[in-house]
Design a binder for this molecule. Structure first.
Ligand code: NAD
Length: 486
């Protein structure tokens, strides 16, 4: 890749530069090279995009559902044709391995559009009893209207698609703001949406910073509803300015995998490594902590170290490489900070623990295993977002539950045990939106509901399948008095 490609934004079915002419450079974290530029959108661009979406919403919401179904199917067909090209750019902008992560992410995105086209057929209304024999009451689902979606860099395509498929099929008009580190996958998807024949104004993309474009979308008077996936701190900022707009918030996690005394240790170690090292740990449902029973700790650690030593760090376009670089310097600095704090407070490095040397950039991180991690260390209490397995030892199931629930997040957890009774005991007590039983924290399927537990910082609403369609629509209730009808 030598030439820097110049991409544009998509507003009212036109490819445009920012009205200020400013741009953002997109760098390949694996090489440090600038690979592309995108417009640095501003409030004028936000206004144009949101006004286009507002103008189109009355017609789009009245369009036959079959037209929206066919639109999603055509988008999926177009994405299918561009699968390899999009996956390549995803690896270049994000750093995840091409064949084992980027290509599957594009495939999952295609499936999401196809699922949306199918799921909308099963969004039923309700007939509700009426006390008045002359009346019938019923409810139907209606689109929210104009929908602003704001998305992160760790899954540059599938997270945007988790909003766009359900959003469009439900009849919302949309403005999407992708993360500035990884806007290109979304722009390439938008080319597919254009080729699929999306009518004017229905789908718009504005690239730019979170505090200008993101906040501009959240507070725009024409924005009816907001979908946000990202950090809990950003989600809280958004909630504080969004007023009464409908919101779906998907935020961070710090899920432990709990390994009980009766667990299959080999399986537990395999899943912990998968959950902690996928996408170099930059996954909301990553295995951010392991709570391990003292009686099987040594065996578990031995297995984890064996698997970790087989990780091949390097160029994510190389098919033999299993882990690429971290996406950006602030994330790498966060990992440095969390490890440093843990070591200062008494944790031990069993392997890794620092940035890897001998690579084109400073963003490659050694897969790391830490022992003697306890609550109160930042690595235990906060989301780290790097390839780290922090291990905490426990003696009793109740102690494990207390430690698991002691943090502010409640997105994903996992329990490894051979006892159904024990699995049930844990499942009733763990404060989490998603729970793996002998399955990694880092497991999801496109159609399953995924999201946080109330009372935690992980958000609310559900991404995945028909559950997102419900979250992107509202219930309209009708009362009909037949006596007064002709
Ligand atoms: P981030 O919060 O920094 O950014 C997310 C998006 O919000 C970006 O597009 C950013 O530009 C925008 N933004 C930033 N400030 C804003 C503001 N003031 N107003 C409006 N928008 C603003 O998050 P990130 O670093 O891109 O992503 C990593 C985080 O996302 C992690 O915490 C991870 O756990 C979380 N995440 C959650 C899920 C989930 O499904 N729960 C999935 C993936 C990632």
């Amino acid at each position: 890749m030598s030439k820097v490609k110049e991409f544009k934004m998509f507003i009212n079915n036109e490819w445009v530069n920012s009205s200020s002419g400013e741009i953002i450079e997109v760098k390949n974290p694996a090489t440090g090279q600038v690979i592309a530029t995108v417009p640095k959108g501003n409030l004028e661009d936000v206004d144009k995009a949101m006004k286009a979406a507002a103008k189109a919403k009355e017609t789009f919401k009245l369009s036959p559902i079959t037209e929206r179904i066919e639109l999603c199917q055509r988008i999926a067909d177009e994405l299918e044709k561009e699968k390899e090209e999009i996956a390549k750019w995803m690896t270049w902008e994000q750093g995840k391995p091409y064949s084992t992560e980027s290509l599957p992410e594009v495939e999952e995105s295609i499936l999401n559009f196809r699922n949306a086209a199918e799921d909308i057929k099963h969004i039923d209304g309700n007939i509700i009893y009426s006390n008045d024999p002359n009346k019938k009451i019923f409810s139907v689902y209606e689109p929210c209207g104009t929908y602003a979606a704001i998305t992160p860099w760790n899954f540059p395509l599938v997270i945007p698609v988790e909003y766009v498929g359900p959003g469009l099929v439900a009849g919302n008009t949309m403005v999407l703001k992708p993360a500035s580190y990884t806007p290109i996958s979304v722009i390439l998807m938008t080319e597919c949406i254009e080729r699929a024949g999306v009518p004017k104004g229905i789908f718009n993309v504005v690239t730019g910073s979170g505090d200008v474009v993101g906040e501009g979308l959240v507070t725009h008077p024409d924005t009816d509803a907001i979908g946000f996936t990202g950090e809990n701190i950003t989600g809280k900022k958004i909630s504080s300015v969004a007023g009464l707009r409908r919101m779906l918030l998907e935020m961070g996690g710090d899920g432990p995998q709990i390994v009980c005394d009766d667990a299959n240790v080999v399986e537990a170690a395999k899943e912990a490594c998968y959950g902690a090292y996928m996408n170099a740990g930059q996954v909301c449902c990553a295995t951010e902590r392991v709570l391990c029973h003292e009686s099987i700790k040594d065996e578990f650690v031995e297995e984890v170290l064996k698997i970790t030593s087989d990780i091949k760090l390097g160029d994510p376009m190389d098919a033999t490489v299993t882990m690429g670089p971290l996406n950006n310097e602030p994330t790498a600095q966060k990992v440095d900070r969390h490890i440093k704090d843990a070591l200062e407070k008494g944790a031990k490095v069993l392997c890794g623990g620092k940035r890897a040397s001998g690579f084109p950039t400073d963003l490659y991180y050694e897969p790391t295993v830490l022992d003697d991690v306890v609550p109160g260390m930042i690595i235990h209490d906060e989301e780290t977002f790097g390839p780290v397995i922090p291990i905490t030892t426990f003696k009793t199931d109740d102690e494990a539950i207390e430690i698991a629930n002691s943090i502010k997040f409640g997105l994903q957890m996992a329990v490894f045990t051979s006892s159904l009774k024990k699995a049930n005991y844990y499942s009733r007590r763990l404060r989490t939106g998603n729970l793996g039983i002998n399955a990694s924290t880092c497991y999801w399927e496109a159609h399953q509901p995924f999201g946080g537990c109330p009372g935690t910082d992980s958000g609310y609403g559900r991404l995945g399948g028909k559950y997102t369609i419900y979250d992107m629509m509202y219930i309209k209730t009708f009362t009909v008095d037949f006596e007064k009808c002709k």
